[in-house]
Ligand binder design. Structure first.
Ligand code: UD1
Length: 388
């Protein structure tokens, strides 16, 4: 590697931070090892997630340097978030003129910054390319499709993603299979978090205003849930039956730890569902958790219910039985039929009940897809060099 290179690395929302962390550390390692040909990088935070618990805490825990530039986009409709990001990011590109813009994942920042880069004739690299749910009602699917169509270098987490890209006609020379960069972060922190106690995590993160009316569960004696997708939480006909199942059936069998996303908290109040939760002492509501606490809880959860893509992947490597509350997934490699720990249950209570029952009997069964080895970030960097 002896080429000069200037990168802009983009992050916007919570699931991006665990992906940029190992990449930045790989650059730092590269730069430390040489006197010349160092890589210059600028970190741009679009500001889509702005709460301390959704953003700042991740930077601190994952040793991500403070962003050089924060675009301050904040909350808004999709068009507002994407539009505002493009306007501000264009100004950054005009001044900085990087060789590459590196985007990760599938959030609005990924879409906005890849489009803006390409319109400025700047090369774009997409880390986590090729994932497809096939579901065009998901905003993330639109973000993935557009970003991949435009990118010059598509770095894939698994071979199913390579197939998706080939099927769409992406030229072979643009695709590189590098593995899952999130697993770099998991492996870098796994040992460190094993000394954290469940009780301390719960006490530190109790949701503001929530009254704890039950004993804090021990390892392997709790279920863990996250829920934030608009398709699950933005409509009362979907959210109500899930909440009723959780409160009346699941929580009568096992204590549920539920770190609650700001969007979901808002919707529970809006649909008058907060009381259903408050009446069930076995549900413990937590603030959105930092990366380390979440990883620790995942390591000894009896079962996880989630609509997050990242958690499905972490459950695969940790072996935690996982109910994915979606009808499809862009990450089929996490499913049981591919050796993973996850089962799609949609938002149908009958399916959730049946799969929950069997998951409670299921032992941990960890699986490691090819190149989910903790060394993906180095391969990403190498691929960028080779394409420069
Ligand atoms: C976004 C991503 C999604 C990712 C999720 C993880 C897109 C299209 N979606 O969805 O892929 O899985 O992040 O969290 O980019 N809010 C706060 N504080 C914050 C951020 C958000 O209170 O720091 C509230 C706002 O009221 C906002 C709502 O949460 O309206 C939703 O946030 P938004 O960024 O629009 O999307 P997410 O649902 O978080």
């Amino acid at each position: 590697m002896n080429k000069k290179c200037k990168l802009i690395i983009v992050a916007g929302a919570r699931p991006n931070f665990m992906k940029i962390s190992p990449f930045i550390h790989a650059i730092d390692k590269h730069n430390k090892a040489r006197i010349d040909n160092k890589i210059e990088y600028i970190l741009v935070h679009t500001g889509q997630h702005y709460d301390d618990r959704m953003s700042k805490q991740f930077f601190k825990e994952l040793n991500i340097p403070e962003a050089d530039i924060n675009l301050g986009v904040g909350s808004g409709t999709h068009a507002e978030q994407v539009g505002y990001t493009m306007i501000e990011f264009e100004k950054v590109l005009r001044i900085e003129q990087p060789d590459w813009v590196v985007v990760v994942g599938d959030v609005n920042a990924t879409l906005a910054c890849s489009v803006t880069a390409k319109k400025q004739w700047i090369k774009c690299c997409h880390i986590e390319a090729g994932l497809r749910s096939g579901d065009m009602t998901m905003p993330e699917e639109i973000n993935r499709l557009v970003t991949d169509r435009l990118s010059d270098l598509l770095l894939t987490p698994d071979l199913l993603s390579n197939e998706n890209l080939r099927r769409e006609g992406v030229p072979e020379e643009k695709i590189r299979f590098v593995g899952n960069i999130m697993i770099d972060t998991l492996e870098a922190n796994r040992e460190k978090v094993s000394s954290l106690h469940i009780e301390d995590i719960v006490k530190r993160n109790i949701l503001a205003g929530f009254k704890l009316n039950t004993e804090i569960p021990k390892e392997e004696h709790y279920a863990l849930m996250t829920l934030h997708r608009p398709s699950n939480v933005d409509n009362s006909e979907t959210l109500s039956p899930i909440i009723n199942f959780i409160a009346n059936e699941l929580a009568s069998q096992i204590t549920l730890l539920w770190p609650i996303h700001p969007r979901t908290l808002k919707q529970l109040k809006e649909f008058n569902l907060s009381d259903v939760i408050a009446k069930q002492p076995n549900i413990i509501l937590l603030e959105p958790l930092g990366y380390l606490d979440m990883l620790r809880l995942n390591m000894t959860a009896k079962v996880i219910l989630t609509d997050s893509g990242g958690l499905q992947e972490e459950c695969t490597v940790l072996g935690t039985p996982c109910l994915t509350l979606r009808w499809n997934t862009e990450r089929p490699i996490t499913l049981k039929e591919h050796g993973g720990a996850s089962v799609l249950v949609g938002n149908d209570v009958k399916q959730i009940r049946d799969v929950f029952k069997s998951a409670m009997q299921q032992p941990r069964l960890s699986c490691r897809p090819a190149l989910w080895d903790g060394k993906t970030a180095e391969r990403c960097l190498q691929a960028i060099f080779e394409a420069s």
